[in-house]
Design a protein around this ligand. Structure first.
Ligand SMILES: [Zn+2]
Length: 351
């Protein structure tokens, strides 16, 4: 008679921990120091990123793949924008395809940086701020600034190289393209290894001509810290796209190969089919209306080609937009309903 009672007591004491920990064997941590002493293999962690209203820690998933021998640390970060999810299945596929016994060094993969916004299908953080425009953040700042500060201090310094995984945002679609400062040979190589459709020259400091005192992207912050980092845009928002997952995984494997962390230098045989762009910009609507975009992703267009047709509610054509110069379609609007200022296409200008 005593045994079942005893068993129930044990079960009740364990159950609360099962909800977070046991299924994925994840340990709650306050920083990534534990990686130094962890054994080779895959370890899952929940990193404390602040405290919610009810006094519980906000937990970020961190996957560490530690190799059997020493080498570089590659950081893979997905979902700093909460509606940009394609990086997550790339990380999951990597887990299925990599053998840690053959890995030199460590991969730290974060399948969801913006833990709050991913669960509510939002791009921005809880205070409507864009985390990726707020680096380095502030330790005693507002909500997004404190969260960014934790990413900046707890996560980025662990990386030797970094790939930040994005997609288009709501109402738009993207090619697979990489953003990197192409004056830097390491960054150019990292971009090329992803075998994207387009490689776009971009320094990643979003404001004030890259002045280091102004808020900037996570990529710019990493590069300022001396960590080579590129951004890769993998297609479309709020979906898992199989084709892009496969292409993304190949890119990560190429990267591990080139960093001498995995495989045998096969990256040297890669065929570079990417279109290189020296700059890019969005073209916006001057009026409100219903937009049709008669060009496709990756389409090369010439100055004067029709890129947008805007109609009013009665079906009258209000305006037809023409390409202002030759270029390639990096991204485009998929949302017909637009007020003035609505986006039409993201035009890349080739070298
Ligand atoms: Zn993004």
């Amino acid at each position: 008679m005593k045994a079942p009672k005893y068993f129930i007591c044990i079960l009740l004491s364990v159950v609360p921990f099962l909800t977070i920990g046991q299924k994925n064997n994840a340990v709650i941590i306050k920083n990534l120091d534990v990686i130094q002493t962890s054994t080779p293999g895959v370890s899952n962690f929940w990193l404390e990123m602040g405290v919610n209203t009810y006094g519980y820690p906000m937990l970020m998933p961190v996957i560490v793949i530690k190799g059997s021998s020493s080498g570089s640390t590659l950081g893979l970060t997905a979902g700093i924008h909460g509606n940009e999810l394609n990086g997550i299945p790339i990380i999951h596929e990597l887990l299925e395809n990599i053998d840690f016994k053959k890995l030199k060094g460590t991969i730290i993969a974060i399948p969801g940086l913006n833990v709050f916004s991913i669960q509510v299908d939002e791009r921005r953080f809880i205070d409507e701020e864009d985390l990726n425009r707020n680096f380095p953040g502030k330790k005693n700042g507002n909500r997004s600034q404190q969260y960014v500060s934790k990413i900046n201090e707890l996560i980025l310094p662990s990386f030797d190289f970094m790939i930040d995984m994005h997609t288009a945002s709501f109402g738009r679609i993207n090619t697979m393209y990489a953003r990197a400062d192409l004056k830097n040979d390491t960054l150019k190589l990292l971009a090329k290894l992803q075998q994207p459709d387009i490689i776009l020259n971009s320094i990643g400091a979003s404001t004030a001509n890259g002045a280091v005192s102004s808020p900037r992207t996570m990529r710019a912050e990493a590069v300022l810290k001396g960590i080579p980092c590129i951004t890769v845009e993998y297609g479309n928002p709020q979906v898992f796209q199989k084709e892009l997952t496969e292409r993304g995984l190949k890119g990560i494997m190429n990267t591990l190969n080139a960093l001498e962390m995995y495989g045998n230098n096969k990256h040297k045989e890669l065929v570079d089919k990417a279109t290189y762009c020296k700059k890019s910009y969005w073209i916006y609507m001057n009026e409100g209306g219903f937009l049709e975009v008669p060009v496709e992703l990756n389409q090369r267009i010439q100055k004067g080609d029709k890129i947008g047709i805007v109609k009013d509610a009665f079906g009258n054509i209000l305006n037809e937009y023409l390409a202002p110069e030759d270029g390639i379609v990096i991204g485009k609007s998929t949302n017909p309903s637009n007020m003035s200022g609505g986006r039409i296409i993201h035009l890349g200008i080739m070298y």
